[in-house]
Structure formats: C-alpha cells, structure tokens
Design a protein around this ligand. Structure first.
Ligand SMILES: *Cc1c(COP(=O)(O)O)cnc(C)c1O
Length: 371
C-alpha cells in the first residue's frame, strides 16, 4: 500500500515478548489476536505468535477465526466469544474450538450436528458477561455434551479487575473458579483465567495456560520489561506559513495568534485518528507539534515550531510518544487507541532491520519479507 500513514510493527519485539511471557509463566501460551490482531493485522501477528511458541490462538468471533484458517494457519484456535449454534458445523470442519457459554447454548448446540466439536467451558465468576453461573448448570452441560460426543478440552474464566493488583475481586473470582472447576470431576487439558494484566501481576498455580493480547504488544497496566511493538507514523504532505488571525479547519475552531507554520498530514478520523486528538501533540524532528483545528476524515493539521519540508516523518505513537500516553490524554485505554486504527492504514512489519512492504515510507532499505 502506498499511503503515507502507516503502522509499524516490530516483529522482533513481538517475538521477544511472547517468549518472555511464556518463560515467566511456565504455562501454555494462548495468543489473543482478536480485532485484527489488536489492529496490527491478524494473519501476520498470528504467524509471528505461532513461530514464537504460542500454543494456541484465540479470537472473538467465527469470522475472525475463519480469517486465520483461510490464511492457511492450522494452529489450535479458540473463539472466546459467542458463536451462534447454527454455525457449529463450520467450526467442526475447520477444527475451531468454541466457547460453551451457558446451559441454554449447550442445548441449542446439541440440536445441530456437532459430533467432534471441541469446546472450552466458560465459567462466569463475577464478570457477568458470558459463561455458566453455577456448578450445577455446568454438570448438566457436561453430561449433555458427552452424549453429543463433544470434546470438552478446556475450562476458563475471565477477571474483571486484573488492572488493579490491590483489588480483592481477583482472589474471589479465582477461589470460585477453583471450587467450581474441581467439583466437575472432569480432566481439562486447558485451564486458563489470566489476561495480560493478571499474567504479569497475579500468581496462581491452578491454571496451566494464560491468555495474553495486549502484553504481547508490550503494554500492560503494570511496569514490565516487555518491549513496545507498535508505532504509528505519517508524513507531512503540505506545509505553509499562515498569517496571524486566520483560522484552521472545519468550524474555524483555531485562530493563528501570530504568523504560524501549519503542516497537513494524511490521517484522520476515518483512520481511527479521532477528533479528540485536537489539541494533542505529535513528534516531528525533535519537537512536539500540536494538532490545531478539527481533525478531518482523512487529514489533520499541525502547528510546527519551525519549518519542516514536505516528506518529513511525523511520529504519532512511538519512541517519543508512548501508546499509554496517547491513551491517557484521550481519557481511554491503550486497547481502544490500537483497535480504533483502521484497515486503511498501511502496515509495515520490521524484522531484523528489514521491512515487509515494498513501499517502506520511512526508510531507504527495502526488502520483501514474507510475514
Ligand atoms: C480480550 C481477551 C483477553 C486478552 O486480554 P488482554 O488484556 O489483551 O490480554 C483474554 N481473555 C478474554 C476472554 C478476552 O476477551
């Protein structure tokens, strides 16, 4: 792709993070690559995770799972979210493991042809989103699934407050999960409860796998040694002096106070660079420049401290402006910033100093890589 706005993914850092997380936990590693690999390209991210030792991939929907299968990736693959029982035949054919979310779901599933299906049972220990609410319902579900020749290969729950290590809720959920899971008298190959934050902050020996998404990209709510993976750049495509007293952009919300240098960059809210970025900063050649005027659909304007030529690279997220800082300034979380970034942005994968895209906007060295 030729767009002058691109996400750069540091494949080496991603690989190191997966290996670090796996080594630290000494458990099986489920790489969560939902939402198009957190905006970084599901297939490319999946391949790196698998080659880095991920034991299973997890997505949120059947469409996301099929995107992985259609790319020829045959790793163990789990759908964490709801799958309409009418589509279970596809899951059997494609060897996709699904989540059994309730007794009602199990009953509906068994009305379909689902012999050979693989499921993980989801236990709701307090999140109150999806999952079985009681051991009794789980026992009934298990009996029904056995009769239907469904393979119950896993059991899991999800923490609500793992971003706060002091919160008592995590312990309560863990105790409930243990109590329920052990009462079922069923051997599960996969037992998992920790997302990224719990993986790096909460110790427990009951599970044998962790489910990490954001931590693979180097970010958690805690300080870690993990490396940042994702950065976002654009390039100045237009620059000019604007005399004092003129306005910039839709709604004329910004007025130049003096003669100012205003640059235009080709990124806007349709790329996920939302209107709330107005007033925030980008990093340009050693200084920070403010987004002035409203962010447009495809473009945005920056007030530069000194002249920069067309073609100058602008860092939006990277070494100088961290993903966490962007999230904080937008009053949201890194997940939202990343997953908002749209497919319209070019993705460039960097591996051992080489870049995956024939068009590498930032650098001279070009080498085709298979990622
Ligand atoms: C998204 C998700 C994860 C991964 O969360 P991170 O915080 O990104 O590690 C794990 N488990 C479930 C059920 C999820 O929906």
């Amino acid at each position: 792709m030729y767009r002058n706005s691109w996400i750069e993914i540091d494949v080496d850092a991603l690989r190191d993070n997966v290996k670090t997380l796996k080594a630290q936990t000494q458990k099986k590693f489920i790489a969560v690559i939902k939402a198009n690999g957190y905006g970084n390209g599901d297939v490319a991210i999946a391949k790196v995770c698998v080659e880095s030792g991920a034991d299973m991939l997890a997505v949120s929907s059947l469409d996301e799972a099929l995107s992985i299968r259609h790319a020829g990736i045959d790793a163990e693959l789990l759908i964490l979210g709801y799958v309409d029982p009418m589509h279970l035949g596809v899951c059997v054919n494609e060897n996709i493991t699904v989540t059994a979310v309730s007794l009602d779901w199990v009953k509906m599933a068994l009305q379909q042809e689902c012999s050979g299906l693989k499921v993980h049972l989801k236990v709701d220990t307090g999140m109150n989103r999806i999952g079985f609410k009681s051991a009794q319902e789980l026992k009934q579900g298990i009996e029904l699934l056995k009769k239907g020749h469904v393979q119950m290969s896993g059991i899991f729950t999800h923490f609500a407050c793992s971003d706060d290590a002091e919160h008592l809720m995590t312990d309560c959920q863990m105790e409930l999960f243990k109590r329920i899971a052990t009462s079922l008298n069923h051997e599960f190959e996969w037992i998992h409860c920790s997302n990224s934050d719990a993986t790096v902050s909460y110790q427990e020996s009951f599970s044998n796998a962790v489910r990490c998404g954001l931590a693979m990209f180097g970010t958690t709510s805690y300080k870690t040694e993990l490396k940042p993976v994702m950065s976002l750049y654009t390039k100045i495509i237009h620059v000019k002096k604007v005399p004092a007293g003129q306005t910039v952009g839709y709604g004329a919300t910004y007025t130049t106070k003096e003669d100012e240098i205003i640059a235009t960059v080709p990124i806007g809210y349709a790329d996920g660079w939302i209107r709330k970025h107005q007033g925030r900063k980008a990093y340009v050649n050693g200084h920070e420049a403010e987004f002035v005027g409203r962010i447009c659909m495809d473009q945005a304007m920056l007030r530069l401290k000194h002249w920069e030529d067309v073609g100058t690279v602008v860092e939006l997220i990277g070494d100088h402006i961290s993903l966490c800082r962007v999230a904080q300034e937008l009053e949201t979380i890194p997940y939202e910033v990343m997953t908002l970034l749209s497919d319209r942005l070019t993705k460039v994968y960097k591996r051992s100093g080489s870049y995956s895209d024939a068009f590498t906007p930032r650098f001279e060295k070009v080498e085709e890589l298979d990622v």
